[in-house]
Design a protein around this ligand. Structure first.
Ligand SMILES: CC(C)(COP(=O)(O)OP(=O)(O)OC[C@H]1O[C@@H](n2cnc3c(N)ncnc32)[C@H](O)[C@@H]1OP(=O)(O)O)[C@@H](O)C(=O)NCCC(=O)NCCS
Length: 393
């Protein structure tokens, strides 16, 4: 009989700018951000010992250099028991969410009862597409000029009629919401502070996300040009920035959690994955969530809170509008990303799918205690999108 999979805890590092001089984690490797979250999860949950974990699944989008078999290498290098099996999971941006889905499914099937899953990425140390050698046969099916991420964001803006004004308004609001959530201490229960460096080399304890712009200047943002297309409408201000960070969740079968006397509020209820046209990869959450609605019989009205990864403002608005997640066409929103999103918090590719689940759990517990369902969803390069349904138990 299928088991229930409950969320015991979820943590993340702050998200830092991925930049060789300006990035707070310029001297912190992706395995080290993972060490921080592994250690924190065991410190926060002393009833769970590392050797009790039956699997560690870690998502990362670019599996090369420092991120090669990141799951295994980070676990061993953290001094964790070698008897625990690990797996590095990769399918572009959804990698961290896929890792959690795979781990949750192994609990639901009864194969495992205690799992750790999440993701990590450092987009400066392992740049997007590092060491990728794409087969030319791919171009029989898709246009190479249309697959770079920024180009897909431009195409989505055009196809779904998302204006530059709307994108700027959305991105500025995301920054304001993130700053307000940070100042209200809302990220305190999910962020594990770690040591980093200022641009001048001074060491300090990084407690907050680096990219948040406290006072976004919409006029200036409107003037910023597209680095992706001549005369285009997408700019650095309406794109998720290059970021570094790690996030994980501790999940268990409900029986195991009860046996250990651990408390929980939410369970992994359902997950879907959808493939979509790589040239508009950003709208992948539309079929992923539509599938989730179809298979569960739920609809937008049943969902109390949504975490949608803001890869680009254009795809975020297209997804929110097409799925009718909100009553209004643009911010302020009631359910989606009310603590800000990747426009402000950053998007360390393979980490983000895990980060939005951690934030969704935290947001639901804090701001939507009476809501039964929440959804976390994100798109991925080459057209792979995931969605996860969280349910109050
Ligand atoms: C858009 C992109 C190319 C810009 O990269 P970049 O040229 O290195 O730009 P930065 O992010 O460093 O920002 C450049 C400048 O833009 C300006 N800027 C960015 N956002 C701004 C904002 N909201 N308001 C005002 N100025 C802003 C700043 O002046 C900034 O430089 P500074 O902070 O060092 O002074 C890059 O962030 C990118 O590729 N993003 C998408 C990543 C991606 O594809 N992810 C996967 C999605 S599925």
């Amino acid at each position: 009989m299928a088991k229930e999979c409950v969320f015991i805890d979820g943590v993340r590092t702050p998200n830092a700018r991925a930049h060789a001089e300006k990035g707070w984690f310029k001297d912190v490797r992706p395995d080290e951000t993972l060490t921080a979250v592994y250690k924190a999860i065991f410190e926060r949950n002393p009833k769970v010992k590392p050797e009790d974990v039956e699997g560690v699944f870690i998502g990362t989008a670019n599996v090369s250099g420092m991120q090669n078999d990141l799951g295994r290498i980070s676990w061993i290098a953290s001094g964790m028991p070698i008897s625990v099996p690990t797996q590095t999971v990769t399918n572009q941006c959804p990698s961290g969410m896929s890792a959690i889905m795979n781990a949750a499914r192994s609990i639901i099937s009864g194969e495992n009862s205690i799992m750790l899953a999440g993701g990590a990425e450092d987009m400066e140390k392992v740049p997007m597409g590092a060491n990728m050698d794409m087969t030319p046969r791919l171009w029989d099916y898709i246009n190479p000029a249309e697959v770079p991420m920024g180009n897909t964001a431009e195409k989505v803006a055009e196809q779904y009629n998302v204006s530059k004004e709307d994108m700027v308004k959305f991105a500025a609001n995301s920054n304001r919401l993130a700053a307000a959530a940070r100042d209200a201490g809302k990220f305190k229960s999910e962020i594990i502070p770690i040591m980093g460096k200022q641009e001048d080399g001074t060491e300090f304890l990084v407690e907050n996300d680096q990219w948040i712009r406290d006072n976004p200047d919409e006029e200036r943002m409107m003037l910023m040009e597209s680095p992706f297309k001549e005369g285009g409408v997408v700019s650095a201000a309406t794109s998720s920035p290059l970021t570094a960070g790690a996030a994980i969740v501790l999940i268990m079968s409900r029986e195991k959690a009860d046996e250990l006397g651990l408390s929980y509020t939410y369970k992994y209820s359902f997950g879907t994955q959808a493939g979509n046209d790589p040239s508009v990869m950003g709208v992948g959450p539309i079929p992923a969530v539509q599938q989730l609605f179809k298979k569960t019989g739920l609809g937008p009205a049943d969902i109390g809170a949504v975490e949608l990864n803001e890869a680009f403002a254009s795809q975020s608005l297209a997804v929110i509008r097409e799925l009718k997640l909100e009553d209004s066409k643009n911010v302020p929103f009631k359910k989606v990303n009310t603590w800000g999103g990747a426009m402000a918090l950053g998007h360390p590719l393979g980490q983000s799918g895990a980060r939005i689940i951690v934030t969704l759990l935290n947001r639901m517990k804090t701001d939507y205690p009476d809501e039964k369902y929440g959804i976390a969803t994100l798109c991925g390069g080459f057209g792979n999108a995931n969605a996860v349904l969280i349910e109050k138990v």
